[in-house]
Design a protein around this ligand. Structure first.
Ligand code: SF4
Length: 124
């Protein structure tokens, strides 16, 4: 692992509450050139990569018992038919606590409420 000062994805926190610590930059503000030496993974590929990083071995990912992990149903890098159907069924039945459909999740990724995470902290 290289020194944080050489990592363009890390910055000195602009937030008073962090006391000058190094923090990850907001990915929404990082230009393309700063991502160039990273693998470009999104969605299910990124989930699969995270599970391999977590469990170290494809066989261990397959056997993962952490069923409360949000990534667990998607750890094989696919949206399982039963999982997708369960989400659709729960929505049809009007279950407000059920998982949202995939389409709704993509909408949520662009939710302006995300901005509140940063705005809640006062910048230096
Ligand atoms: S589903 Fe299992 S392997 Fe994947 S990130 Fe969660 S705990 Fe790790």
């Amino acid at each position: 692992m290289r020194h944080p000062s050489e990592n363009p994805l890390i910055e000195i926190s602009p937030f008073v509450s962090d006391g000058g610590q190094l923090i990850g930059r907001d990915p929404r503000d990082i230009p393309a050139e700063d991502y160039m030496d990273r693998p470009f993974l999104i969605g299910l590929e990124a989930i699969r990569a995270k599970c391999l990083d977590c469990a170290f071995d494809p066989k261990e990912v397959r056997k993962c018992v952490q069923t409360d992990c949000p990534l667990w149903p998607l750890r094989m890098g696919r949206v399982p038919k039963g999982y997708r159907n369960a989400a659709v069924r729960a929505k049809t039945l009007g279950n407000p606590s059920a998982a949202t459909t995939l389409a709704e999740q993509f909408e949520a990724e662009q939710n302006p409420d995300d901005e509140a995470e940063n705005d809640a902290e006062r910048a230096i």
